[in-house]
Each structure stands twice: as C-alpha cells, then as structure tokens.
Ligand binder design. Structure first.
Ligand code: SAH
Length: 358
C-alpha cells in the first residue's frame, strides 16, 4: 500500500532529524578516534597478532575491569564506522575479536614511516579544537584576527614560543612527507627528472627534500625554513638547511618546491611568495619551474568522502587564515604573480601536484 501524505511526511521529518543528529554527533566520532589513538588501541592490536578479544584489549591498555562494558560500546562506534573490524563468533560463551582495517593499520606506530598518527594528533589536539568553540563570535567580530589567534597567538609565533608545539608540528610534517613523498615519487616522480638543484621552501625538518634527494642523488637539495625550525633539524648528507624568511628571500635554484605551504596563507601573501619563487628560478626553457603540493578543491576523487574532506580541511585551515583553493583561485594568484602556465596532476587523493612555469 502506498504511504499516505501524513506517513510520508513523518518519515521525511524523521530522516531530517537523523541527518541533523548525525551531523551534530560528528564530534563524538572525532573524539572516539582521538581516544583510540591516545589509548594506543591500533598498535596494541597490531602487537598482538592483529586480533584481540575485548577483555584482552582492556587488560593490555590498562583498563579497570568495570570499564569493559563501556569499552564494548566504544569499540562498537569504531567498528560501525569502519575504523576497526569485529569478528563475530558463533558460540555465545566466546568473545568477539577486534582486528585492524587498512585505515587503522596506518595508525599503528610500527609503520612509523607511513604513519599518519602525528598529523591526526595535531588535528585532534586541544590547541586546534578550542578556537572552533568560539567560531560564531569570531564571525560577528569586526576585526580580522584569525580564529586561532583569537584564542592563542599567531600559529608561527606559537611554534617559536612553545617548543613542545613546535616539535609536534615538525614531527607531524615529517611524517606526512614520509607518507606522501613515497606516493608522489611513485605516481609522478617524472616531475623531478633532469633537475640539478631544488630548494624546498618552508620545508620544515626536510622530510620531503630528503625523500627527493634519496631518489635523485645527483640533485642538490636545500631546505629553507624559520631559524627556530632549522635549529632543531636533523643534519645528514642528503639535504642542507638555510634559515630565513621566505617572504624576504629564496636562494636561486632550478626548481622551487613547496609542500603544504600556500594553504596556510591568504592571496596577498601567496602572490608575494610566488613572486619570490619566480625571482629564484631560471626561465622555463632553461628548466625553471615551481612544484607545489597542496589541495585543489574539486580535483581528485569525486566521491562524497573526498569532497567533504576537502571542504572540511578548508574550514579547518581557515582558523589560521589559510585557504584551500579551487583551480580558478589558484589560477588567479599564479597569473597575478606573473606566471605563464600550470599543470595540475591529481594523483594524490585529496591533494594534487601543481607544476608552475614562469
Ligand atoms: N613543507 C613542509 C612543512 C609545511 S608546514 C611539509 O609539508 O612537511 C609550514 C612550514 O612553514 C613550517 O615548517 C613553518 O616553520 C614554515 N614557515 C612559516 N613561516 C615561514 C617563513 N616566513 N619563512 C620560512 N618558513 C616559514
């Protein structure tokens, strides 16, 4: 029997309510992931052969036995949302077991090289979250101070003043570079062919530059970053470090490489930085180019998770007055800085490689 008008609208209303509840409870999902990471659940399961019963898990992570029923409910959230997997058992007197999914395997600290744990810790850290609690009053404010600065200080001042936060950012960046550079070199390593010298501008502790130098040993790779970042950078035979301000000077090089840099800044600063890049490289026919690794909103996979991740990241980075740009927004700053042409290579999930020619 077809639904009556009333039944139809009740179902629609309920669906709307679920949609809103689902959205509102998004933070519970974030906090459950944060808690699982802080309790070291992924690597505890990994260290024990990839499978643990709830009681074994509770014991290994040091929970009091009274917390076991809550742990079951907690793990139900993370298995329903696909973070862990649960293996059911036929017999009622036997416990289920929890296992890792490809997602949680990335979080297990044994796989340090490809771990995305540090960057997630940064995203889920109190420092990053608290500014969002005051977002509505920040919107109503007349002054242009960033959401982050309204609660803390400017993020780069904070890394200068707070050594723990500085280390957290630098470690997160190195782990992200370890993760992404392997993929960049595999999927579009050609962009580095024939380059004699490369400067990684705002390259942090050199995670990306080191990966490029190892893959292309003939290339001279230099990292430019702020003095307090360079001061803590590990030295090795692959890269050399220069401390300085990229808004003032970029050392001459065949290629300027910038990973996850432009998204931190508004258009005016980006154009200034792009002009400095242009001054540092030779003309296009002499091999000059800029290689950018950043997000191009709307490029990459076309599924809802990827699209939502891109716009969520844009709102996240807006807290420090950064921007995740769509192609036309990138084009605008490229042209304003006097560049002639660009090519977007979308093989990095939600991020892309952009080759930019003078
Ligand atoms: N490119 C690195 C780090 C990106 S985070 C990576 O992807 O792993 C942004 C970096 O910009 C930080 O290392 C920060 O110290 C650096 N930075 C911020 N302001 C800068 C400036 N004015 N000059 C040079 N580096 C700067």
């Amino acid at each position: 029997m077809a639904p009556t008008q009333d039944e139809h609208s009740s179902q629609e209303l309920l669906q709307t309510q679920v949609h809103l509840w689902h959205h509102a409870l998004g933070f519970v999902k974030s906090m459950a992931l944060k808690c699982a990471m802080e309790l070291q659940i992924p690597n505890t399961i990994q260290h024990h052969g990839g499978s643990l019963t709830p009681s074994e898990l509770a014991m290994k992570i040091g929970l009091h036995s009274s917390k076991l029923p809550r742990l079951l409910r907690f793990m139900r959230v993370l298995t329903v949302s696909g973070i862990f997997v649960v293996h059911e058992v036929a017999s009622p007197d036997k416990e289920v077991t929890y296992g890792l999914t490809p997602t949680t395997r990335l979080l297990a600290s044994d796989e340090v090289k490809s771990s995305i744990f540090p960057i997630l810790s940064l995203m889920l850290g109190t420092t990053a979250i608290t500014p969002f609690l005051g977002m509505h009053s920040w919107f109503l404010d007349e002054h242009s101070m960033s959401l982050f600065k309204k609660v803390h200080v400017d993020i780069w001042e904070m890394t200068d003043q707070d050594n723990t936060y500085n280390q957290q950012i630098n470690n997160a960046m190195v782990s992200d570079s370890n993760f992404l550079m392997d993929i960049i070199l595999k999927e579009c390593g050609d962009v580095f062919l024939g380059i004699n010298s490369l400067v990684d501008v705002a390259g942090g502790h050199g995670g990306a530059a080191r990966a490029i130098a190892k893959a292309f040993p003939q290339m001279k790779c230099t990292v430019l970053d702020l003095p307090h970042v360079v001061a803590e950078a590990p030295s090795d035979a692959y890269v050399s470090f220069i401390s300085g301000d990229r808004f003032k000077y970029i050392p001459p090089s065949d290629v300027v490489f910038l990973k996850w840099v432009f998204h931190d800044w508004g258009d005016e600063d980006c154009v200034k930085l792009l002009k400095n890049c242009k001054a540092a490289i030779p003309p296009k026919d002499a091999g000059g180019k800029v290689i950018i690794v950043d997000m191009v909103v709307g490029s990459g996979p076309n599924d809802i998770v990827a699209r939502e991740t891109q716009v969520l990241y844009d709102l996240f980075i807006m807290s420090i007055e950064g921007i995740e740009r769509e192609e036309l927004e990138w084009k605008k700053i490229f042209m304003e800085a006097g560049f002639g042409d660009y090519k977007i290579i979308s093989v990095l999930g939600v991020r892309s490689v952009i080759e930019l020619y003078p």
